[in-house]
Design a protein around this ligand. Structure first.
Ligand code: SF4
Length: 326
């Protein structure tokens, strides 16, 4: 199916820094540079996977995108309208249209509420329709995620991990969002049920035309769900391309390392999942030049001096990488 190239969400030059508490008096405050000048757009109906190791800034970027975090610099545009500084009632249409699914359904669901009430709660907050209308939409959402309506009165602890994540997804669907930001939505689940939840996302996207920002550390998942892939390292996008191009011919040495870490079918349990040898740079004092140079097997002198910018690879404007060597 050809993709609609109208952006639903645009992130422009997003920067997010966090101040860490001082360890001792008269020591300077340390600042974590979590996201550094990221530009990214998600088109209507598109699934964009944001991939990187833990601590690379992908969750922080997702939270800036949904305005859970206020960006330190930069702009968030929804359907072409800048919502970076919008607050209060003016932000309601955005809050309704852009929803988030978190990594751990155990901590994102209120243990004292029954499943139906958890799913219905966002409709109460947005004051959508009367009780009968809300109840009917809750039942439809439960159908859509494959949960029996008979389980409406159960509490979260009475469900399996996969079912709890389905409740979390149903809770977003009742608002009929245009975009879901899913932050590692399967990484807390058993391998046996990860594919069920991935299938659910794929079906919802197909049936409802949802756009999806799928945040994951696992490049193997990307193959199943994404149209495009953005690879993040130390707060920066280092490569972005269509899924097939990125999985077949990753250009950036970090993307190549991620692909090399994907387990091969039949290779057994002993294969290593470690992406790189060596320790990652400290995000409170990122290295000069290319942020990947301390670990890069292809680093040259220029890499320690000048930071590369995202540029097209081989004349393909849809494939960009931040590396001096094209
Ligand atoms: Fe490696 Fe240099 Fe390319 Fe950075 S710019 S990824 S250090 S080769």
């Amino acid at each position: 199916m050809p993709l609609n190239e109208t952006p639903i969400l645009e992130l422009r030059q997003i920067v997010k820094r966090f101040r860490l508490p001082r360890r001792r008096l008269n020591r300077p405050t340390r600042v974590v540079h979590a996201v550094n000048k990221v530009n990214l757009s998600i088109n209507l109906g598109e699934t964009l996977a944001l991939v990187g190791e833990s601590g690379c800034g992908k969750t922080t970027l997702g939270r800036c995108a949904i305005r859970l975090y206020q960006p330190t610099e930069g702009s968030v545009l929804f359907r072409g309208i800048d919502v970076t500084e919008t607050r209060g009632i003016g932000l309601h249409p955005f809050r309704k249209s852009v929803q988030m699914v978190f990594q751990d359904p155990n901590s994102s669901l209120n243990p004292r509420m029954q499943a139906a009430s958890i799913i219905e709660e966002p409709m109460q907050i947005h004051q959508l329709g009367n009780r009968a209308f809300c109840r009917e939409r809750v039942a439809e959402a439960m159908d859509a995620v494959g949960l029996s309506r008979q389980f409406s009165n159960r509490y979260p602890h009475e469900f399996s991990g996969g079912e709890r994540q389905r409740i979390a997804i149903a809770r977003t669907l009742v608002l009929e969002p245009d975009l879901i930001i899913a932050d590692e939505p399967v990484s807390a689940l058993d391998v046996s049920i990860q594919s069920q939840v991935l299938n659910l996302f794929a079906d919802l996207r197909e049936q409802r035309g949802l756009a999806l920002l799928f945040i994951t550390h696992d490049l193997a998942v990307v193959n199943f769900i994404a149209d495009r892939v953005a690879v993040m390292y130390l707060g920066r996008i280092v490569e972005i391309a269509n899924r097939d191009v990125l999985l077949r011919e990753p250009h950036h040495p970090y993307s190549q390392a991620l692909r090399a870490a994907v387990p091969k079918p039949g290779a057994g349990k002993r294969q290593s999942r470690k992406v790189l040898v060596g320790s990652s740079p400290d995000p409170t004092s990122p290295p000069r030049g290319c942020p990947f140079h301390p670990l890069c097997p292809k680093a040259q002198t220029i890499c320690k001096e000048i930071e590369p910018v995202l540029e097209s690879v081989g004349g393909n404007v849809n494939h960009q990488a931040a590396c001096h060597f094209k």
